[in-house]
Design a protein around this ligand. Structure first.
Ligand SMILES: *Cc1c(COP(=O)(O)O)cnc(C)c1O
Length: 292
């Protein structure tokens, strides 16, 4: 890419999107130790939370299916009760055996409250509960394994941020000479505190300028960038997380933020299953579609 050459920046993409066809990227890492723990505790069902386009919901359903653990998805939005079949993510999850429990947006906000969780346990039995996005200590431990010994050559490690579990794992695994940059896919300052509860150092920053108006919001420049990136590199990006992160990295490079010779590792956290659902929305809005 001419811009990178001109600025003397070395950019590498870690293809976590290719580690499993359906349990993609960081969601595989986040589930790994949780599935082991569920089995160790003798639980036969895993219950978790997510929205209608959640990569975590899709991944949990597929991982449970593969590992012989039943899955229940507590899904945000009662209105989906009658038309979830129109949603590609929920259809995929259903095909892999996930049972859905739809709740109102108001109830969904209570998803971390002990009483709300107890009510779910009363209803569904002795289930292993995994928080929204799959983020907990075991998920952070799994995400530390994204980085390898050879990655010590990098100056910066970049990652998209949703609930913060993945970036927390990278922060804990990074070496003292490295800086981790997290690119939140949603608005709000609460993430910094959330990430702090999981990490042991302060060699990290959140770059909050590239959420494009909020979670799952996209615009034409972003879509054009994702399609151009794919045509130039052959690497598909998802519009909710990795597309925004790479848009951000290129913009920072353009602005001269990184010195000549900087080595950047960007983590491709997957999420490609969400493209189908996004294209349906883009079509309704008369925006160009993402190439698949
Ligand atoms: C879930 C997800 C993220 C965010 O991971 P968190 O650990 O929740 O911050 C980033 N990229 C993709 C593709 C995801 O599906």
């Amino acid at each position: 890419m001419p811009l990178l050459r001109e600025k003397g920046i070395h950019l590498y993409i870690r293809r976590e999107d290719t580690i499993h066809p359906l349990i993609s990227g960081n969601k595989y890492r986040k589930l790994k130790y949780n599935l082991l723990e569920a089995k160790k505790q003798g639980k036969d069902t895993l219950l978790t939370f997510g929205g209608a386009f959640s990569n975590h919901i899709a991944a949990t359903a597929c991982a449970g299916h593969e590992q012989g653990i039943k899955t229940i998805g507590v899904i945000r939005g009662e209105e989906l009760q009658d038309n979830w079949q129109d949603n590609p993510t929920l259809t995929l999850a259903h095909e892999h055996g996930m049972q859905f429990h739809f709740v109102s947006r108001a109830d969904y906000r209570l998803k971390s409250e002990p009483l709300f969780i107890q009510n779910l346990k009363d209803r569904f039995g002795d289930v292993y509960v995994l928080p929204e996005g799959g983020t907990n200590d075991l998920a952070v431990k799994g995400c530390m394994e994204i980085l390898t010994e050879e990655d010590t050559i990098f100056d910066y490690i970049c990652c998209a941020v949703g609930t913060g579990g993945t970036v927390a794992g990278l922060i804990n695994a990074a070496r003292p000479h490295q800086t981790v940059l997290g690119f939140p896919a949603l608005k709000g300052d609460f993430l910094i505190e959330e990430i702090r509860t999981f990490v042991h150092n302060d060699r990290w920053k959140l770059v909050t300028d590239y959420h494009f108006g909020g979670y799952a919001k996209v615009d034409r420049p972003l879509i054009d960038f994702i399609n151009l990136f794919k045509s130039k590199t052959g690497i598909p990006l998802d519009p909710i997380y990795t597309g925004k992160m790479l848009f951000g990295i290129f913009d920072l490079v353009k602005k001269g933020v990184f010195p000549h010779g900087t080595q950047i590792l960007a983590i491709h956290t997957g999420g490609l299953q969400g493209i189908k659902g996004m294209n349906r929305i883009l079509k309704k809005k008369n925006l160009p579609l993402l190439d698949v």
